[in-house]
Structures are given as C-alpha cells and as structure tokens.
Write a protein that binds this ligand. Structure first.
Ligand code: E4P
Length: 217
C-alpha cells in the first residue's frame, strides 16, 4: 500500500520524506489555506520533494472551468494529480482530463455509487473519506471494503486512496481492507512507528548492552 502525506506544510513534508517511506502527497483547499501560502508555490515545492503523485485540488464548480484549472495545475510538474470533487460537473471534468492522459483524484467520495461513477469516469484515484463518515456515526471503513469489492468485481483500474484517516488504527484497517493507498496527517504517520513493547524492549536491550562494556564501532 502506498502512503501519502496529507499536508501542505512543506517543512513537515520534508521531515517525513527523509524516512524514504512517503510515496505521494495530497492537499486540499483547507490545507492550502492553513499553510498561508500561494498554492502554485506550495505544489511546486511539494513536487520537488516527492517523486510520487501530488494532488492539487481545483476550486471551480463547473466542468469547463475545472478542466481549465486542472490543465493549469498539471503544468506545475509531471507528478501533479488533479483533484476534483465528486459531483456531476466534477466527473465530467474527470472524464475529459483523464482522456487527455492527466492523472485525477476524485475527492469527497462517501458512497459506493459515487465510487462506481468515479471509476467509470476514468479517475486515477478515488478518495473515500473514512473519518468524516465516522464523524456522522457511519462506518467509514466499511466503505473501503465495499469499494474494494466493487472495483475487483469489474476490474476497474481506479486506485482506492483511503482519505480522512485520523489514527494508525485507520491506516491498518484501510490496508487490511485492500486500499491501494492511504493519505494521512504527519502525526498519524509518526504514530505508526510507535509501540510500547518496542520502547520497553529497546530499553532492556540498551541496558543489557551497556553491561557488556562492548562497542560495535
Ligand atoms: C485528502 O485527500 C483529504 O482532503 C483529507 O484526507 C481530508 O481529511 P479530513 O477529513 O481530516 O479533513
């Protein structure tokens, strides 16, 4: 499963990228607003840091303008993925952008039917929002399972990009549900490394090693 960083904070992204474990990046208008920076500069910087897919979201609501915005965003770098909302207009734009050979990420997906339409529009990625469904008392992770079944039933090429993940448990569940990729906040990525038994075990090993008086280097 590919792991994407869900951030427009380039300092944070540079820190995460040093692990060599970040395969891509997703942004949205909220994250760009939070960065307080120009979107084109931020996306360019992210594309310089990360070789994999970098999602940049359109801001228009009609297909014609979304296509123009998408074409402009795609010129920033070859790894830009045009992020489009899952609306009728958004899927018209997705179909056109995909037919031009551009990568697309259909975002704000909350149902199996929406995921079906995104795949039929030729989306490169679909982003089901797990956490926001959970917030409504629904089972967000079930949607990942269901879309996996749907896409496997019909051999759709669209990749499932599990989004709106808030905890390491979400990442683990999305991986087991067969999501192709997961996008996660920086803190969630850092938390994935942690286990109390790892800390405890390491503490014991270090103390015992010190008793030997040896040195490896
Ligand atoms: C990523 O593509 C999404 O925009 C993001 O994961 C949404 O996360 P949120 O629901 O925590 O805002």
């Amino acid at each position: 499963m590919l792991l994407f960083a869900d951030t427009a904070d380039t300092n944070l992204l540079a820190e995460l990228a040093e692990t060599g474990l970040i395969d891509g990046c997703t942004t949205n208008p909220t994250l760009i607003a939070k960065s307080g920076r120009n979107m084109f500069e931020v996306i360019k910087e992210i594309c310089d840091l990360i070789d994999g897919p970098v999602s940049a979201e359109v801001a228009a609501v009609d297909a014609v303008t979304m296509i123009k915005e998408g074409e402009k965003l795609a010129k920033i770098a070859t790894n830009v993925v045009i992020k489009v909302p899952l609306t009728l207009e958004g899927l018209k734009a997705t179909k056109e952008l995909s037919s031009q050979g551009l990568m697309t990420n259909v975002t704000l997906c909350f149902s199996v039917n929406q995921a079906l339409l995104a795949a039929k529009a030729g989306a490169t990625f679909v982003s089901p929002f797990v956490g926001r469904l959970d917030d409504q008392g629904a089972d967000g992770m079930q949607l990942i399972h269901d879309i996996r079944t749907l896409y496997d039933n019909y051999d759709f090429d669209t990749d499932i990009l599990a989004a709106s993940l808030r905890t390491p448990a979400h990442v683990q569940q999305a991986a087991l549900a067969g999501a192709d990729c997961a996008t996660l906040p920086a803190q969630t990525f850092k938390d994935m490394f942690k286990h109390p038994l790892t800390d405890k075990g390491l503490e014991t090993f270090l103390a015992d090693w010190a008793k030997t008086g040896q040195s490896i280097l």
